[in-house]
Design a binder for this molecule. Structure first.
Ligand code: COA
Length: 252
């Protein structure tokens, strides 16, 4: 159970998954991943839910994995990590997904959107995947999906150099559909999700499968990343990077 993920189902068949931990910039804990995974599993099993929307708090879609959780989790097998269970489910979810990104979207805050069918971003959206800076490797099949979406060189800037990008660049690169004013963002994402939910479900599922291409190859990449990620989590480089963030501002 967590208060930091709010789930709301609308009458027109949309499940809103709202990340709500603004005091920590919507950094994701194990309990939050579990709540989001369960919400996706439930959406796929539901006869009434036809689309999912991911949204965050004003100014913070998500600051990515909680870095204190990374430190604690490094001692446990990664196969048991709620983050991995969520990522696997995200990649397999059959219900169409829409992201409404306002403000910071770091790490999984960005890679989550690669699995969404439609992505809308506010002018304040700032995407960044600082895995390598943190001593880690990409996750959520981003090492597979990004080069195919934006080309190898651009993906290298984003994944090796952790180069940030904003909403306009996301649209230009094909990583977001449109920039929407923050005040209209969620309303627009919900409306688009409502349109998806109203379509014939079988045709939506079949079309999604065709558009998304080789699911097995994508999932294989996700699993290969998970193996590398587990090794990196325990590496001194990563532990030092997590400690540097968590001890910011403290006298040494
Ligand atoms: N894990 C744990 N706590 C986090 C967090 C994270 N990923 N991101 C932010 N927080 C916490 C901060 O520690 C701070 O907590 P405190 O008030 O108890 O000190 C609070 O959220 C606010 O963050 P702050 O850094 O003061 O906000 P900011 O607007 O100056 O910067 C970010 C926002 C997202 C740029 C910055 O917090 C950041 O770089 N976070 C880490 C992002 C990251 O590396 N994620 C993992 C990717 S794999």
């Amino acid at each position: 159970m967590t208060d930091h993920i709010a789930i709301e189902d609308t009458a027109d068949g949309v499940r809103l998954i709202r990340i709500d931990r603004p005091e920590k910039k919507n950094a994701l804990t194990g309990a939050m991943y579990k709540a989001m995974r369960d919400a996706l599993v439930g959406a796929d099993a539901s006869e009434t839910i036809g689309a999912v929307v991911f949204a965050g708090a004003p100014g913070a879609f998500s600051a990515g994995n909680d870095l204190a959780d990374f430190v604690a989790g490094a001692r446990k097998p990664f196969s048991e990590a709620p983050a991995l269970h969520f990522i696997r489910q995200l990649a397999r979810t059959r219900t169409p997904m829409v992201a409404a990104v306002d403000g910071i979207a770091v790490g999984i805050g960005t890679t989550l959107t690669l699995h969404c069918d439609l992505v809308y971003a506010s002018p304040a959206a700032r995407f960044r995947m600082p895995f390598v800076e943190l001593g880690l490797v990409p996750e959520a099949a981003s090492s597979y999906l990004l080069p195919r979406r934006v080309g190898l060189l651009k993906a290298t800037e984003m994944l090796l150099l952790s180069q940030p990008f904003d909403a306009d660049e996301a649209v230009a690169l094909g990583l977001a559909n449109a920039v929407m004013p923050a005040g209209l963002l969620l309303e627009h994402a919900m409306a688009q999700a409502g349109r998806l939910a109203a379509l014939p479900r079988g045709a939506v599922a079949a079309t999604r499968a065709l558009i998304r291409g080789d699911q097995a190859a994508m999932e294989a990449a996700l699993e290969a990343e998970a193996v590398a990620f587990e090794a990196r989590l325990r590496a001194p480089e990563a532990q030092a990077a997590f400690a540097a963030f968590l001890n910011r501002g403290r006298p040494s």
